[in-house]
Design a protein around this ligand. Structure first.
Ligand SMILES: C[S@@+](CC[C@H](N)C(=O)[O-])C[C@H]1O[C@@H](n2cnc3c(N)ncnc32)[C@H](O)[C@@H]1O
Length: 306
C-alpha cells in the first residue's frame, strides 16, 4: 500500500466503506478496497490538487447523505449495459410475457401496462423495451390507441440518468444482438454516435432512485401496481441482506402474478416460496406467488418476433 493510500485509509476510507455498505448496499471487501482507493486517489489528484485532507473534509462534513451516495455511485457501482443485452430475455418478454399480459388485462378491462427498469444505468435496457412496444404497435399486434404503456427507468447514479435522458449512444452500446432494422430508431449524429428518436425517448420516464431507500412501492415514485420489474445485473454487486430487502419491496410493487426479470446468475437470490420460476425459451423469469401457474405460457408457439 502506498503512503497516499495509507493516508486516505486513515482519513476516510473506512468511513466510505461503511457508508457504501449501508447506503448503496455494496460490500467492499479487501480486494475491492485497493481498487476503490486507487480510483479515489485519481479523483483527489484531479479535483483536490492532491489534498487528501481537503477531500476528506468535503466528503465527510460538507456533503449531505444523498450527495455522498451520488458521488460514490461513480466509484463503487458498475455501469456496464447495452441494447438488447441477453437477447433471449427480450424474445421471451415479447413472445411470452407480453401476450399473456395483454390477455389478462383484457379480461380485467385494464388497458395499462406498467413496467419498471430498476438499475437501468444509461438507459439501453429501458429503451430496448420501448422499441419492442413500438414494434408491437407498428406490426398491429397491439393498438396504440387502446394501450397505455408506463415505462420507468431508474438508477442510483444521476450521471447515468442524465445520459439516459439525453439518449446519445456510442457503438459500445450496440455490441449485442439487435435486429438491424431497430437502428432506424436512431439517427447518426457523428462518427459512431447515435441519438435515440424522440418517439422512443418519450416512452420512458427516467429518474434517480436508490434501491436502498425505502421509497418504493409508493405513489410518489410511481412504483405501485407494476406488471413487470426488470432489475438485471444489479444484485450481482449488492450484499445479501440488501438484496433480500429489495426483493421484499419489489414483491409489494407488483400486481398479483406480476413478473420480475433478473439476470440468470441472480435467480438464486429469489426464494422459491415467494417467487415462481417460469422457464421460457431464452430466459427464466420470476413470477410473484401466489397466483396462476406457468402452464398458460407453456403451450405457445415459439417463433422469431423481429
Ligand atoms: C451493471 S449495470 C446493469 C444495467 C442494466 N440493468 C443491464 O442489465 O444492462 C448496474 C446498474 O445498477 C445501478 N445500481 C447499483 N446499485 C444501485 C442501487 N442501490 N440503487 C439503484 N441502482 C443501483 C448502477 O448504478 C448501475 O447503473
Amino acid at each position: 500500500m502506498t503512503d497516499e493510500m495509507r493516508s486516505l485509509q486513515k482519513d476516510v476510507l473506512n468511513f466510505i466503506v461503511e457508508f457504501a455498505r449501508e447506503r448503496l448496499g455494496v460490500e467492499i471487501g479487501e480486494d475491492k478496497k485497493k481498487q476503490l482507493c486507487e480510483r479515489l486517489i485519481q479523483a483527489i489528484r484531479k479535483d483536490f490538487c492532491d489534498d487528501i485532507s481537503a477531500f476528506s473534509r468535503w466528503f465527510v462534513r460538507e456533503l449531505n447523505d444523498d450527495e455522498r451516495v451520488f458521488f460514490l455511485a461513480r466509484y463503487v457501482t458498475v455501469s456496464e449495459t447495452y441494447f438488447f443485452r441477453d437477447f433471449g430475455v427480450f424474445t421471451a418478454f415479447r413472445y411470452y410475457l407480453l401476450p399473456e399480459l395483454i390477455e389478462q388485462k383484457r379480461v380485467l378491462g385494464n388497458n395499462e401496462i406498467r413496467l419498471w427498469c430498476a438499475g437501468c444505468s444509461t438507459g439501453e435496457e429501458a429503451y430496448s423495451l420501448a422499441m419492442i412496444f413500438d414494434q408491437a404497435f407498428k406490426s398491429g399486434f397491439m393498438s396504440k390507441d387502446e394501450w397505455v404503456i408506463y415505462l420507468k427507468g431508474t438508477d442510483i447514479s444521476p450521471d447515468r440518468i442524465a445520459q439516459a435522458r439525453e439518449g446519445v449512444y456510442y457503438s459500445w452500446s450496440f455490441r449485442g444482438t439487435m435486429p438491424p432494422h431497430y437502428l432506424s430508431y436512431f439517427s447518426m449524429v457523428g462518427n459512431n454516435v447515435r441519438v435515440i428518436s424522440p418517439e422512443i425517448r418519450e416512452m420512458v420516464k427516467f429518474e434517480v432512485l436508490n434501491l436502498m431507500d425505502p421509497v418504493y412501492p409508493s405513489r410518489e415514485t410511481e412504483t405501485e401496481n407494476l406488471d413487470c420489474i426488470f432489475c438485471r445485473n444489479v444484485f450481482l454487486y449488492l450484499r445479501i441482506e440488501a438484496i433480500k430487502e429489495i426483493l421484499r419491496r419489489f414483491y409489494r410493487c407488483l400486481v398479483p402474478g406480476g413478473w420480475l426479470v433478473v439476470a440468470a446468475p441472480e435467480l438464486h437470490f429469489a426464494d422459491r416460496d415467494t417467487w415462481e420460476r417460469v422457464v421460457l425459451p431464452g430466459a427464466t423469469f420470476l413470477r410473484k406467488k401466489p397466483r396462476a401457474s406457468s402452464t398458460a405460457l407453456s403451450g405457445r408457439i415459439f417463433s422469431p418476433w423481429y
